[in-house]
Ligand binder design. Sequence first.
Ligand code: ATP
Ligand code: MG
Length: 326
Amino acid sequence: MARRLTGFTPSGDLHLGNHLGAIAPIVAGQATTDTVIFISDLHALTLEHDPAEVRRRTLEFATLLLAAGADPDRCLFLVQSHVPGHTELHYLLECVTGYGEARRMIQFKEKSGRQERVRMSLLTYPILMAADILLYDTDEVPVGEDQGQHVELARDIAQRFNTRYGPTFTVPRAVTPPVAARIMDLTSPGDKMSKSAPSAAGTLRLLDEPDVLRRKVMRAVTDTEGVVGYDPARRPGVSNLLAVLAACTGGEPERLAGEFGRYGELKEAVADAVVATLTPVRERYLRLAADPRHVQEALRAGAERARDLAGTKVRRAKAAIGLLPG
Ligand code: ATP
Ligand code: MG
């Protein structure tokens, strides 16, 4: 069975884009795919961070993932920092990665360009991401376009390590999630809905209350044509609303466009669909969060299983690279 891995970095609030583009497909795939779901708390330290927020969000993300249907009996469910193999392998992989390769990463260029003080970890986190992937012999990494280059780097690193030091790692590949690859921000539909958006007005957060979700949808930016139509390039706002409706109800945006006349009607339907999609997740979240012991126990058990797997892989890599008897 192919193994598929996805990580969620506990910075910012999880939103509908994360849910439709990542969480729902992973949850649906658990039955047929060997799934690894982890909270990438180490990656949250690459930018200015508040320790208390990282701690709080790590538990919040884990609880939300369980609420959305992640099943620790069917997948490997863990927090990255609970498994020392991630950082151990990171260092070994740094030794087969060029400085130039890391510096070329577009995400690094973009994120470092916006700051005065750049953490070293911002440069090296794609190598940690390669370690996350290679540690578990991952075959498939579902990613949006922005992370494609990092999966490519993980492939290069795996191939290089295997060639130089002997077969050690499965070479992973990026896969694109089938629907809703890119939900856009409701107030600036030229930008992706994002955890790190400067304002939450256009972000439908998984934990927003139903009336907040409704209000955000009703205030979504459209255009001046006045009639519903699907044309993402020319009419990003209305097209995004149709894409959200399609992803929440399992329809096709082009076909749905014909069912609505004015924007108000479409927005009402989108608001209903979003509330219907997110309310069960939020309600399960609130039940689970009332007693965090269940979530903590799932994470403890997940880390224990992961440490076994990861430990074996790290020992193999250490032997190959010359740190243990070969
Ligand atoms: P950040 O702004 O911190 O990068 P993000 O919202 O892009 O946050 P990530 O942690 O980078 O979230 O991504 C988590 C998962 O959610 C990834 O699989 C990513 O492809 C998916 N994802 C993120 N944003 C969207 C979106 N707007 N539409 C669909 N999928 C998304
Ligand atoms: Mg992102």
